[in-house]
Write a protein that binds this ligand. Structure first.
Ligand code: PMV
Length: 346
């Protein structure tokens, strides 16, 4: 029986303007803007063959070579949800192997890299099956659209550099359906942004992003938050267009703290920062003041810090990290990352 194969490497991304709150089928309540990473990625290898008269969608999922039932179930659900878009899924038996370059629950969105890598494999297989030529632009648009249905933030990982997802009057072709590449919207001062990921804790987060988004539905501050995100996007895009790192620092930190403020004031409430998160934030702000280097922090929905800074200050910031920040990290762990070029077919 003929086997079809596909393999992709796809990176994670970190949001600078945060997506927190959604409606219906993964429709974001506000636009978000992210930076795609270079070293934090998932590699996924998919093989499939016709399932014959077997029922359902036969599927096996291995993570780092081991069978992973929880992920397998999630993928099975996702496959069911997208068979309307990719009917061949239902005619095949699937074997999927994945691994990440970064540790589990390290504050790096593994769903963003994992889902986008899987979708890119599915679309490669679709191309082989149908023999239809899909042009590059269409291929990645479709990949972003289908990734969004699996995990909102995943739709932004399909593009290198910066990506924008969600309808906004600020950018003509921005849409809720998928992300668009946004590197052309920013000044060359932001072509080499570095991201040191400081692992304060690698414990599993106590709240899934699905639950977190859900808590925004009846949140007292939700409508103000969505307006703030839109305004912050406007300021950030204007600042980044001009190459202005001061604006970048101000908006990126405000966004990180606003995301956590939403979680801290939801019902039930969650405090996902830890004492060492605040210690590191204090030190970053002091370092910025003393050195004049525009280093700033952002956070995902967890305690780990993403320290963002210009590549031209790599040496000084690396020294600052090793001398002052690693004491506040779990087992001195950190990941040296930065802006990346997007997915690669393997
Ligand atoms: O893509 P989801 O549903 O896992 O939500 C991601 C939410 C944040 O990571 C907190 C913010 C973002 O925009 O990536």
């Amino acid at each position: 029986m003929q086997k079809l194969k596909a393999a992709w490497r796809s990176p994670s991304n970190i949001a600078l303007i945060k997506y927190w709150g959604k409606k219906g089928m993964q429709v974001p309540a506000n636009p978000s803007f992210s930076m795609t990473l270079r070293n934090s990625f998932t590699e996924t290898f998919v093989t499939c063959h016709h399932k014959g008269d077997r029922h359902g969608i036969p599927l096996e999922f291995l993570f780092d070579g081991n069978k992973e039932d929880i992920f397998e179930k999630k993928i099975a659900e996702y496959f069911l949800g997208i068979t309307g878009h990719l009917p061949f899924i239902d005619t095949m038996a699937w074997h999927i192997q994945s691994s990440n370059t970064f540790p589990h629950s390290s504050g790096i969105a593994s769903s963003a890299s994992g889902i986008s890598a899987l979708v890119l494999c599915l679309l490669t297989i679709e191309n082989e099956l149908t023999g239809k030529f899909t042009d590059q632009d269409e291929f990645f648009k479709r990949a972003s659209f289908l990734s969004r249905l699996g995990s909102g933030s995943a739709c932004r990982s399909v593009y290198g550099g910066f990506a924008l997802w969600g309808k906004t009057a600020l950018v003509n072709d921005a849409t809720n359906e998928m992300a668009i590449p946004a590197m052309h919207l920013v000044h060359e001062n932001f072509q080499d942004v570095k991201n040191a990921i400081l692992i304060v804790s690698s414990h599993k987060k106590p709240i899934s992003s699905r639950t977190g988004h859900g808590l925004m539905t009846n949140h007292s501050f939700a409508s103000r938050r969505y307006l703030q995100a839109e305004k912050n996007l406007e300021s950030l895009l204007a600042g980044m267009k001009e190459g202005d790192w001061d604006v970048f620092v101000r908006i990126v930190e405000t966004e990180a703290l606003s995301l956590h403020a939403m979680m801290m004031t939801s019902e039930p409430s969650y405090i996902l920062m830890e004492p060492n998160t605040l210690n590191i934030i204090d030190k970053i702000r002091k370092f910025r003041k003393d050195s004049g280097i525009p280093a700033c922090f952002t956070l995902d929905a967890g305690p780990n810090i993403h320290l963002l800074y210009p590549g031209s200050s790599y040496g000084e910031v690396r020294e600052f990290i090793t001398q002052e920040l690693l004491v506040s990290c779990e087992r001195n762990q950190w990941i040296d990352d930065g802006i990346g070029e997007g997915p690669v077919s393997l």
